[in-house]
Design a protein around this ligand. Structure first.
Ligand code: 6PG
Length: 478
């Protein structure tokens, strides 16, 4: 740290909401930070609004000025939109930087892009490069995000003093962790976002059951979420679900939730997670279902036509069909199953990409600062400490939790199906669980069909030989 005069400790490009908050956080932690934005007026306004933190902020008018303001070897954070803007920033910085300078991409970049950029850096084509996933939204960026870093370990060591200082803390430990080479940090962030989608979708599903199945008002639903937030479901997303359920629309006086259109947006990280999991053959059906549900939500006109054609589902439950306690258990079970899938994907990717991902540390870095922070992540960290690549559903503590919560999930999904409640995420979790506890599945039928139409071969239950064929010839349809 150099104090309030002299060269800046670090630079930051991109003063949008996240960049501005991150810069204030860095300045607040005592680092002198040089900032630059493509539109100079944004930089001027930012510095003018920084209050006493302005003493640690060096506004600059050009990229060259930014670079000149930073102590060498330089560290520069990019907070620009993922995609082409990151490549353009690197291209513009390259002629201004020395070979030992370090560019840190803190946006929601696709990890394939980060792999490519890290490779170019390692080959000496660009300055050093780190890709860091930053979670926690605006509030997190300002007061303590969760940070997942990927790149060369030595570059992480150079960036860590600043990133650990600004990160959220859990029991005093910073939630900023080196995940592995190249795109590992952005991959872990993408999986975080996939889980974020799934957590949100499962909460939306139980919200739907409370609203349409039990006929609860939004403020009553808020009370339920508030109570759940004192138990095993304690988490940021349950907390904000209570808050949004309690809010009133200033315009109409109605519950805010009741005037918000049911069409959900997305920027793509959940979709990337689903695509990557398919590529790796790692099943994450709860996350897949959450991405699908967002896609369906955006087809509002088609859904309206569907309701006009088929009529609305008979959503109201008879008294006692589903209790709030069962709903809570359903959410607990769904959450465990979803995280088991997410960590399963991380374990598969770790092997496939030779990242050696620090599995318990991933659970730990998600315990504070990020959107999916929850009490349960501490138990998951402990489970992954016991056996880093074992599925959570095989951990003794989670076996106990699942045994307790599974009947609730089954009742909610079963009653939901009978009454026409769409529950893509919770029901996918249950189906996956049932698949995972079925020693004799129905894939024998698939193998028989494949062999029948394409002579693809199968194995037998009573033989170790492979590539066997069935006696189909005489039974083939004409
Ligand atoms: C976070 C979030 C954040 C993400 C938003 C919006 O960890 O802080 O994941 O990075 O951009 O949640 O994502 P969608 O627009 O895709 O919902």
């Amino acid at each position: 740290m150099t104090g309030t005069t002299g060269p800046a400790d670090i630079g930051l490009i991109g003063l949008g909401t996240m960049g501005a908050m991150l810069a204030l956080n860095i300045a607040e932690k005592g680092f002198r930070i040089a900032v630059w934005n493509r539109t100079s007026a944004v930089t001027t306004k930012f510095a003018a609004g920084a209050g006493e933190l302005a003493a640690n902020i060096v506004p600059t008018g050009t990229l060259a000025e930014l670079v000149a303001a930073i102590a060498r070897p330089r560290r520069i954070i990019l907070m620009v939109p993922a995609g082409a803007a990151v490549d353009e920033s690197i291209a513009h910085l390259k002629p201004l930087l020395a070979a030992d300078d370090l560019i840190i991409d803190a946006g929601n970049s696709d990890f394939h892009d980060t792999n490519r950029r890290a490779k170019a850096a390692v080959a000496g084509e660009t300055p050093h490069f780190l890709g860091i996933g930053v979670s926690g939204g605006e509030e997190g960026a300002r007061h303590g995000p969760s940070i997942m870093a990927g790149g060369e370990a030595a570059d992480w060591t150079r960036a860590a003093p600043v990133l650990e200082a600004i990160a959220a803390r859990y029991d005093g430990s910073p939630c900023a962790t080196y995940m592995g080479a190249a795109g590992a940090g952005h991959f872990v962030k993408a999986v975080h976002n996939g889980i974020e989608y799934a957590d949100m979708q499962m909460i939306a599903e139980v919200y739907g059951v409370m609203r349409d199945g039990l006929g609860l008002r939004a403020d009553e639903i808020a009370g339920v979420f508030e109570r759940w937030n004192e138990g095993p479901l304690k988490s940021y997303l349950i907390e904000i679900s209570a808050a949004v359920s309690r809010a009133t629309d200033p315009k109409t006086g109605k519950a805010m939730l009741d005037v918000i259109l049911d069409r959900a947006g997305q920027k793509g990280t959940g979709k990337w997670t689903a695509i990557e999991a398919l590529q790796l053959g790692a099943p994450i059906p709860v996350i897949d279902a959450a991405v699908m549900a967002r896609n369906v939500s955006s087809r509002l006109d088609e859904r309206r036509e569907g309701e006009a054609l088929f009529g609305p589902a008979p959503k109201r439950f008879a008294d006692g069909a589903v209790s709030l306690a069962q709903l809570e258990q359903a959410l607990i079970a769904g959450k465990i199953l979803c995280y088991a899938q997410g960590f399963g994907l991380l374990a598969t990717a770790s092997t496939a990409y030779a990242w050696d991902l620090p599995m318990p540390a991933i659970a730990r870095v998600w315990r504070a600062g990020c959107i999916i922070r929850s009490a349960m992540l501490n138990d998951m960290a402990a489970a992954l400490e016991r056996a880093p690549t074992r599925s959570l559903i095989q951990d003794p503590v989670f076996i106990g939790l699942i045994r307790t919560a599974e009947p609730g999930l089954r009742t909610v999904v079963g009653q939901g199906a009978l009454h026409g409640h769409p529950m893509p995420a919770l029901s996918s979790g249950l189906s996956w669980f049932d698949l995972m506890r079925t020693a004799r599945s129905t894939a024998n039928m698939i193998q028989a069909q494949r062999d029948f139409f394409g002579a693809h071969g199968f194995e037998r239950v009573d033989d170790t030989a492979t590539g066997l064929h069935g006696p189909w010839g005489s039974h083939a349809p004409a």
